[in-house]
Design a protein around this ligand. Structure first.
Ligand code: SAH
Ligand code: SF4
Length: 396
């Protein structure tokens, strides 16, 4: 049929694909949350799991509620200071449990205030987490990683040159936000509309979150819980390179804002620069966006488009982008390509980026040009990479 679009991914196929993706994620599971001395880390447990831990030591469910408040609202790490709990029980908790944090291997602050932490886990693996302050106001975004490395190898991305070492666990994902909050001393967690420096989360660090869906979802549920960190789903944006079968689950179960790394308007080019496109081509990806729950003008899907000079930045491509997005409540983030050592591209000129933006804008889509942040400390989009290697924890 001339002009036919690729058939939408069928429901059965999607379910089978989802199973395959989840089974694969299980091969890269994080290490158990128990220390060599047998104490268990309470961070990263769901409320039900925390209640089960309390039941196992003969305590009622309300203890879990108290602990939740201490861990995620107060940011307390020492049982001895949990004054609403009787002394004897505090001691018993300290014998069996810990409230863990990643080890901060390095912390760097860039000239524009961007801060980057290299965080290390118990098995020696490392990831990077970044805080990007809003330049005009006292707030900002914590950019969180979900995997050590990435299985996908987008041509323009530094993380993509590092193999997937393993997935991060929920404790490690929520632990990145908690470590950032420690660094700024922003405990207890500010409530409701109280201004906060760490005001949003972008799941845009190392890795593909929808290839580590279960742990990412668990961590985000902890972050969204109103009795703890209490960041609403509207303050969280998850970025995917287009894992179509997992997008509907993400929308239905988490309802966070969605960002999609589009970067090209033809399958030929996208196959080359975002190789996942060979599995889930543009038409299937955009169909999944149309189905994404809650997508409306108030909650638009963000399309990320990295500006690569002479590769994807022509005016014709801007017009094609507008045509593709028709009918989707969308905004377009134009990201100047951030170079890294050995990277194969150059960033588009400012003039070309502005021409591209003007075309998208004229069609009614907001199309901000993202200002690169933290480039001097290699903390900008797509510059993150650690020395972690599979099978050689912490090896350089
Ligand atoms: N894996 C997810 C989330 C992490 S990447 C994803 O790909 O969406 C976050 C964003 O940074 C993505 O839009 C990604 O395409 C973009 N990015 C990667 N490398 C980049 C680079 N060198 N310069 C600018 N943006 C880059
Ligand atoms: Fe992985 Fe995203 Fe980088 Fe692609 S852009 S290699 S999906 S982290």
């Amino acid at each position: 049929m001339p002009g036919a679009r690729a058939a939408p991914v069928s429901a059965e196929l999607t379910a089978a694909e989802r199973e395959r993706i989840l089974a694969k994620a299980a091969l890269f599971t994080p290490p158990p949350a128990t220390l060599p001395d047998g104490r268990r880390d309470l961070v990263g447990l769901s409320r039900a799991e925390l209640e089960a831990e309390m039941a196992a030591i003969g305590e009622k469910p309300f203890r879990a509620k108290q602990l939740w408040h201490w861990i995620y609202h107060q940011g307390e790490r020492d049982f001895a200071r949990m004054t609403s709990i009787a002394g004897a029980l505090r001691a018993r908790l300290a014998e069996r449990f810990v409230i863990g944090r990643p080890e901060v291997a390095t912390e760097q602050t860039g000239r524009d205030g961007t801060r980057k932490w290299l965080l290390q886990w118990r098995d020696g693996q490392q990831v990077e987490t970044v805080y990007i302050p809003d330049s005009d106001e006292d707030r900002g975004a914590v950019c969180i990683s979900t995997q050590v490395g990435c299985t996908l190898s987008c041509r323009f991305c530094h993380t993509g040159t590092q193999r997937l070492v393993r997935n991060l666990g929920a404790a490690e994902i929520v632990g990145q936000f908690m470590a950032a909050r420690d660094s700024y001393g922003e405990w207890p967690s500010p409530k409701d509309d109280v201004p906060r420096r760490l005001s949003t989360i972008v799941v845009m660090g190392m890795g593909e979150p929808l290839y580590n869906y279960e742990e990412t979802a668990k961590a985000l549920r902890i972050v969204m819980d109103g009795e703890g960190i209490g960041l609403s789903r509207r303050r969280i944006t998850l970025s995917t390179s287009g894992v179509v079968p997992m997008m509907d689950r993400c929308g239905r179960e988490l309802g966070v804002n969605l960002a999609v790394s589009l970067h090209a308007v033809t399958d030929d080019l996208r196959n080359e620069i975002v190789p996942l496109n060979r599995k889930y081509p543009i038409a299937a990806l955009l169909d999944a966006c149309r189905r994404y729950p809650g997508a409306s003008n108030a909650r638009r899907i963000t399309f990320e488009y990295v500006m690569l000079r002479g590769v994807n930045d022509s005016e014709a491509e801007a017009h094609e982008l507008v045509r593709l997005l028709r009918g989707i409540p969308a905004k377009v983030n134009l990201i100047p390509f951030n170079p890294w050592p050995g990277s194969p591209y150059r960033t588009s000129t400012y003039e070309q980026t502005a021409r591209f933006a003007a075309i998208v804008n004229a069609a009614g889509y907001s199309s901000p040009i993202r200002r690169p942040r933290g480039r001097d400390i290699l903390a900008a989009c797509g510059q993150l990479k650690t020395e972690s290697a599979r099978g050689r924890p912490g090896a350089a």
